[in-house]
Design a binder for this molecule. Sequence first.
Ligand SMILES: *[C@@H]1O[C@H](CO)[C@@H](O)[C@H](O)[C@H]1NC(C)=O
Ligand SMILES: *[C@@H]1O[C@H](CO)[C@@H](O)[C@H](O)[C@H]1NC(C)=O
Ligand SMILES: *[C@@H]1O[C@H](CO)[C@@H](O)[C@H](O)[C@H]1NC(C)=O
Ligand SMILES: *[C@@H]1O[C@H](CO)[C@@H](O)[C@H](O)[C@H]1NC(C)=O
Length: 411
Amino acid sequence: MHCGILVVLVAFFLTLVGPCQPLDNGLARTPPMGWIAWERFRCTTDCNSYPDHCISEELFKVMADKLVEDGWKDLGYKYVNIDDCWSAMVRDVNGKLQPDPERFPSGIKGLADYVHSKGLKLGIYGDLGHSTCGGYLGTLLETVDVDAKTFAEWEVDMLKLDGCNSNSTERSIGYPKMSHALNATGRQIVYSCSWPAYEDGLPPKVNYTLIGELCNLWRNYDDINDSWSKVLAIINWFGDHQEDLQPAAGPGRWNDPDMLIVGNFGLNQDQSKAQLAIWAILAAPFFMSNDLRTISADAKSLLQNKLLIHIDQDKLGQQGVRIKKDEDFQLWKRKLSHGQFALAYLNTAELGEAKSFTLSLPPLRIEGCSHGYNIYDVFDKKLVAFLTSNHTHSFRVNPTSVVLFFVRPIC
Ligand SMILES: *[C@@H]1O[C@H](CO)[C@@H](O)[C@H](O)[C@H]1NC(C)=O
Ligand SMILES: *[C@@H]1O[C@H](CO)[C@@H](O)[C@H](O)[C@H]1NC(C)=O
Ligand SMILES: *[C@@H]1O[C@H](CO)[C@@H](O)[C@H](O)[C@H]1NC(C)=O
Ligand SMILES: *[C@@H]1O[C@H](CO)[C@@H](O)[C@H](O)[C@H]1NC(C)=O
């Protein structure tokens, strides 16, 4: 049924006029969390030279093991996601996708069984186009239905559908078609669309109302890489275009600024905090792409910060916004449930000393709680102040870093 008609009927029967409904598969009511291979392991397929780092069922099994053993799963990181370069180079005799037989000897169904036996979920990757970005098997408009059925038969729980090697017209047909085909399988499969990123991410080329009716999450902008400059470019793009992006997000439908690279080679501890803080403010999916076997204790403790995850996963599902920006400073704010807020003070200067700031609630329009607000420093893991409208809290932020506060009313 067309969404507009649905709203009219709902309005008629319930005298309620609501916004158009998001994709109604009941999934991703908070931003999904897990691990994905791409940024760290890329398209490494040479298992002779790199037996422990190639795209193979072993890699996903060992990451599944680590997610459970090292406490990630209990914190919400429950998806284990395959990215590009998993498939064979030809379809099987029935025209179905099939994995590379040497690297995935158990098949995707066998891997799904393993991942499910650990209480985790399996994600797979496809590409709407004649081949994937890495040159593997693509999904053509004519194979959308059979590919959706194949993923469901394999008991996959999430699909990331990339958009290399197709044109705009094909994407405008193929992405909705896959959404309906997944629904028709009857299996609950989180649907991640790279569609907007291939249309420059903004209206009028991208209709985010429509995207939200079809997809659970979507990539808007460039791929991340293992560098601070890319993290900052993504932060700036999301801030610069927040008027178009922020209303698109909500329970079941999320903007995706791309993977968490914390735990790799490119970010120091300060910059890692900055990525995590802004991603949490953005209500971003938390998909780590790192090596859970060798991750440092420092990176692990950032990614496992409970208050950070609590902010990201807030049930209200409202994406935050940048409320102030100058040459080397940005202030981001996210409204959370129960009158709570998150505030991120981002120092983008790449030089000098830590900068001093003063937190005062009235200019931030955080007011109304008669008694006052507890201010928690999320990464220092402590209560740093109790503020009323008359108090201030002073603190310092290192270059290319952030201080993230969780603000809780005590009424
Ligand atoms: C398919 O869509 C209908 C209508 O939006 C929804 O009620 C149902 O839960 C969906 N099923 C799956 C498996 O996503
Ligand atoms: C897109 O590709 C289709 C083939 O699938 C072709 O018929 C069509 O002309 C292309 N459209 C554009 C705008 O290039
Ligand atoms: C965007 O999509 C929605 C939902 O499908 C539709 O109602 C609306 O008319 C579209 N907006 C534009 C500008 O095309
Ligand atoms: C990573 O992203 C930055 C910022 O956009 C860019 O300057 C750099 O060339 C990229 N590195 C690679 C290897 O793509």
